[in-house]
Design a protein around this ligand. Structure first.
Ligand code: SOE
Length: 378
């Protein structure tokens, strides 16, 4: 029986904040007891809607609240660093949505503050914890697919298809200079490294833009604006064992709702996972028919089956993955574990977030150099 209920304060309650709250509330020994948004009024309204005890119009007051144990940051990326550093200085565990920060410098500051204050720190690379992604990781890391030679994939969506589509994610001062290449790409770069156990060591980027001016929809208070970020990113990469990778990302692809795909090709077999078919894992063979493994804990590697709460045929996907990640993080905090003992596998810490930020930096450098191979500086 955990000693007491972990009291979590969530900062930011737009798209992802409510999903953080839901995942946290599925952990039996935790609760969201406070939320902070950009105004007292909106915080109160959302706190009432989600039955949250406390509402803050200023996140600093929530960070200073002695009755909050964990600060969970679900704001746009530009606010991650100041909130995370303040929370660490206040001695509170810190959970940050991905990508961790706008820049590597910010990420280093966040890791330094968390380390110096000896607080648990985590980044919600949630997609990793889909059960069949964990099956892919178990098979790749066990060596059963052979040495990794090639990874490929994409993260394609459609919500920026029209020139009237806008969102904070394409505003450089809120989401950085790469938009989807960093925002959605962060998931893929992390998953390559998580599944294969191999680091991305260099990249070559070709970034392009197709919509140069966006016109917010009728009635919007926003005015038309010149787009400064890429609409499309093509990334080649090399892994530390010499394997090669190929990634494409855009939110201008009609029909792709939330299409992250990753394939790992080994010397013996291939594995492919698609987020839009999350309970399946495709297994490619040379000397036997290919397989599509449907999530069934009785057929999975124990490390993957451990993430399944339901038997075969009962779909578990995006929300279940987020719950699994929050359970791993909050269990580690509730058990009073030493933050330096976090293994990066059961949950990604700021060390993983910083590593992905360094990959993104190398992509920026490659693009700025007109598409030259650039090393990931570690
Ligand atoms: C990007 O469009 C995005 O919103 C990511 O930021 C989220 O992490 C992903 O879950 C859905 O797509």
């Amino acid at each position: 029986m955990k000693a007491k209920t972990l009291r979590v304060g969530v900062v930011g309650f737009g798209f992802i904040g409510p999903h953080h709250l839901e995942a946290i509330r599925r952990v039996p020994f935790a609760d969201v007891t406070a939320i902070a948004t950009s105004s007292e009024q909106s915080a109160r309204r959302k706190a009432e809607q989600y039955h949250v005890e406390k509402a803050y119009g200023d996140w600093r007051k929530m960070v200073d609240d002695p009755e909050i144990d964990v600060i969970d940051i679900a704001t746009p990326t530009h606010l991650h660093a100041p909130i995370a550093v303040a929370a660490a200085e206040a001695g509170k565990a810190v959970i940050v949505d991905k990508p961790m920060a706008l820049t590597t410098v910010e990420a280093e500051q966040m890791l330094e503050a968390a380390t110096r204050n000896a607080v648990v720190h985590a980044v919600t690379f949630n997609i990793r914890y889909n059960i069949m992604v964990q099956e892919a990781r178990a098979r790749a890391s066990s060596g059963e697919i052979g040495g990794i030679r090639f990874v490929r994939g994409h993260y394609l969506q459609e919500w920026l298809l029209r020139n009237t589509d806008t969102n904070w994610r394409i505003e450089p001062d809120m989401a950085g200079p790469l938009a989807m290449v960093a925002d959605a790409g962060a998931h893929w770069y992390d998953m390559v490294q998580h599944i294969t156990g191999l680091r991305i060591v260099r990249v070559l980027a070709d970034l392009s833009r197709f919509i140069h001016t966006r016109f917010p929809p009728e009635g919007s208070s926003a005015s038309e604006f010149k787009v400064e970020v890429p609409d499309f990113g093509l990334i080649l990469c090399e892994l530390e064992n010499g394997a090669r990778g190929m990634f494409a990302t855009s939110a201008l692809c009609a029909g792709h709702k939330n299409d992250l795909t990753i394939e790992v090709c080994g010397a013996e077999a291939s594995l492919e996972w698609r987020q839009e078919r999350p309970n399946e894992l495709w297994i490619g063979h040379r000397d036997q028919p290919n397989q599509v493994l449907l999530k069934d804990p009785s057929l999975l590697h124990p490390d993957a089956a451990a993430y399944a709460a339901l038997p075969g045929g009962h779909n578990e996907a995006w929300s279940a993955a987020f719950k699994s990640l929050m359970l791993n993080i909050l269990t580690f905090i509730a058990d009073g574990r030493d933050p330096s003992e976090a293994d990066e596998i059961s949950f990604p810490t700021f060390r993983t977030g910083l590593d992905v930020a360094r990959i993104i930096d190398a992509i920026v450098a490659s693009s700025n150099a007109g598409g030259q191979w650039k090393e990931v500086k570690r």
